[in-house]
Ligand binder design. Structure first.
Ligand code: PLP
Length: 358
């Protein structure tokens, strides 16, 4: 519900936690000699690797806040967005008691993180257009007050479609709990972030990442945008040095000096996505290519063929895609990431061979 207390859903013991106070937290100012953190002063491997990184990643936060046009105190930076997802479960759900709603087919990590935190999931499938059934979600919650967390993924993985703004708005206004909106793929769409149009983020956390559009999956940088009071809680319960100095410096360099390359690669991938979708749709093996606002395509294989078999045939040709055929409403579907033009061409010729032999 809007205009509520941003800490309303935070568990009492979490509200009270005092963060680990690192050596670098307790000293402020300038000094030449640091004998406070039990680092190896000889730094046998050089490059400042011997020193702990900034636990608050302040410089990086400044750059991220400029990129996303939000205030620094609205930002949590994590070791991948998976860390933010895990911390939300821990902050909000009491293990064995509270529950969360997911809207399948969706990102598998919500389920893994829920299981680790012993949080039961209530699954309310997306409708035929892969949109949330707002009524069913609100009804489920009215019947079970232990439900207090909801995950919305937009664009959704593995379906690739955006969730309609109006449905997100209705859920934010009427869901009596905390909502995570995962925008890991939003860079590949033209829709503005929820952070841009939602007035009040009191009970909403928006997830972003450098893993997809920025092409930095290896450095593990996830971002969450929320109300400053809720963000403060996440910062208090995170491991103090969750972001390595290497991650921070590579991300800083990307955000400061490579915005043009980022935009260029996003528009190129969007262009390839369109071309690939057109080519895939021509194959008789493929019944449907779903509209995508992400950097992948969900394709439905015709009923006469089997997605799993095609997946295996592709593997024998050295190409790995994702078999999603066991997910709700993804019968006989494969998820294909858009690659380089050469990779896409090789995928297409492999599929053409399989198609012609069928
Ligand atoms: C890939 C992906 C992420 C990103 O995870 P990281 O831990 O930041 O790499 C988040 N959400 C969804 C839905 C994804 O598919």
């Amino acid at each position: 519900m809007q205009n509520t207390n941003p800490l309303q859903w935070v568990l009492p013991h979490i509200r009270q936690i005092k963060p680990y106070s690192s050596a670098r937290d307790e000293f402020q100012g300038t000094a030449q000699i640091f004998l406070d953190a039990n680092e190896n002063a000889l730094g046998p491997l050089g490059s400042n690797y011997n020193r702990y990184p900034d636990p608050h990643a302040l410089e990086l936060k400044t750059e991220v806040s400029k990129w996303l046009a939000v205030h620094e105190n609205q930002l949590f930076l994590g070791n991948g967005s998976d860390e933010a997802i895990d911390l939300v479960f821990r902050a909000i759900c009491e293990p064995g008691k509270h529950k969360a709603i997911i809207l399948p087919p969706t990102y598998g990590m919500y389920q893994v993180s829920a299981a680790i935190n012993r949080v039961e999931l209530v699954q309310i499938p997306l409708n035929d257009a892969f949109q949330p059934d707002v009524e069913a979600i609100l009804q489920a919650q009215q019947q079970d007050p232990d439900i207090r967390l909801l995950f919305i993924c937009s664009p959704n993985n593995p379906t690739g479609n955006l969730i309609e703004q109006d449905r997100i708005r209705q859920l934010v206004e009427h869901f009596n709990g905390f909502i995570v909106v995962d925008e890991a793929y939003l860079d590949f769409s033209t829709q503005p972030s929820v952070a841009q149009w939602l007035q009040d983020l009191a009970n909403v956390l928006i997830i972003k990442t450098l893993s997809k559009a920025w092409g930095l999956a290896n450095i593990r940088l996830g971002i969450a945008i929320g109300h400053p009071e809720f963000i403060e809680v996440l910062n208090r319960i995170k491991p103090p040095y969750n972001l390595s100095g290497l991650t921070q410096s590579i991300a800083l360099d990307a955000l400061r000096h490579h915005k043009a390359a980022y935009s260029q690669s996003v528009s190129t991938l969007v262009e390839y996505r369109g071309e690939l979708a057109g080519q895939l749709a021509k194959l008789k093996l493929i019944e449907k290519v779903y509209t995508s606002s992400a950097n992948f395509l969900l394709v439905k294989i015709i009923a006469l063929a089997e997605a799993k078999k095609i997946y295996n045939q592709l593997i024998t040709k050295g190409i790995v895609v994702r078999d999603r055929s066991n997910q709700i409403n993804c019968n006989n579907c494969l998820r294909i990431t858009v690659g380089t033009s050469e990779e896409n061409a090789r995928l297409l010729s492999a599929l053409e061979e399989i198609n012609n032999a069928f």
